[in-house]
Design a protein around this ligand. Structure first.
Ligand SMILES: [Zn+2]
Length: 301
């Protein structure tokens, strides 16, 4: 009798826990991850995948942004392209993946990409006022990431939710469009892609045909609704990226999935132009309009 009661209680509790899960969380893991090479790491806040030799995706699946940072390794040094949410310690994870010195560069300075910048000494930044303002840190955007429905599973042990903020960080080198970063045996070209933010960039690894697209393109709803977004600039930037397609084998975006086919880029250009010409009907929720094109969409004001 007692046994039956305990069993009933266990079932009830697990059903309750499942009901508490937000909708996006119930769909995880994304099936495409099963085909990627997972690298075990001690910190369960992160999942690490080896995408190519010397290229690791560091994914944070327990928060709605599902942000992805990339560790790109050369023969002399390594570059961490974004530092994630700052909810757990990405530096400790990176140190288990390489012994080389690591510099940081951000795809742009929204809070979900610069969260652990403060832990690093060598940081590249785009020479824009937007970058300078965000390097001062802030609490509001960080706190919004912990709102109901934003988390999937538990926060890391010892994480202080009330104190959670984007800590200020110090930029040691200023970058401009066209600059190159030499890691030894691997050179990354900085491509300014303003639009999503004024300081958005893509990184091109020409030798290996890799294009890190930041938030300019990923599979999922692409955020184009914030006040710092410039749609004219976004269209030009996407045209610029689409022109690189013949030289690119793989896109490595900053959210949801770390691999996408380059053939998406010209589709994004056509799609955003159609939206701006009023040819596409939106799905409207919470004062935002979503224009859906299969695997990607635009979320706009
Ligand atoms: Zn962003």
């Amino acid at each position: 009798m007692k046994c039956t009661y305990i069993l009933f209680l266990v079932i009830c509790l697990s059903l309750h826990a499942a009901a508490q899960q937000p909708q996006w969380c119930k769909k995880l893991p994304r099936p495409a991850y099963a085909k990627l090479e997972r690298v075990p790491v001690a910190d369960s806040w992160f999942e690490v995948y080896k995408i190519r030799p010397g290229v690791f995706a560091i994914y944070e699946p327990h928060q709605l942004e599902e942000v992805i940072s990339y560790l790109i390794i050369g023969s002399n040094r390594a570059l961490l392209f974004d530092t994630g949410m700052g909810i757990s310690n990405i530096k400790a994870v990176v140190e288990t993946l390489t012994r080389l010195s690591v510099s940081v560069l951000n795809s742009h300075t929204h809070n979900d990409h610069v969260g652990d910048n403060w832990r690093f000494d060598d940081i590249y930044g785009m020479d824009t006022d937007f970058t300078r303002a965000n390097a001062r840190g802030s609490k509001q955007d960080a706190q919004a990431e912990l709102a109901p429905g934003e988390l999937c599973g538990s926060l890391p042990k010892g994480f202080d939710a009330e104190a959670y903020a984007t800590k200020p960080f110090h930029i040691t080198h200023w970058l401009h469009d066209g600059d190159a970063i030499d890691l030894g045996g691997r050179t990354l070209k900085v491509i300014a892609t303003p639009g999503h933010t004024p300081d958005a960039i893509a990184l091109l690894d020409t030798q290996n045909g890799l294009l890190f697209t930041g938030d300019s393109f990923y599979l999922g709803p692409i955020y184009l609704y914030r006040p710092e977004t410039d749609l004219d600039a976004y269209v030009s930037s996407m045209q610029r990226l689409a022109a690189l397609v013949p030289r690119v084998q793989l896109l490595l975006p900053s959210h949801n999935l770390p691999v996408a086919d380059p053939s998406y880029l010209p589709k994004v250009v056509t799609a955003i132009q159609r939206v701006r010409q009023g040819e596409v009907k939106a799905i409207s929720t919470d004062g935002k309009h979503e224009y859906v094109f299969g695997d990607f969409s635009f979320l706009m004001q």
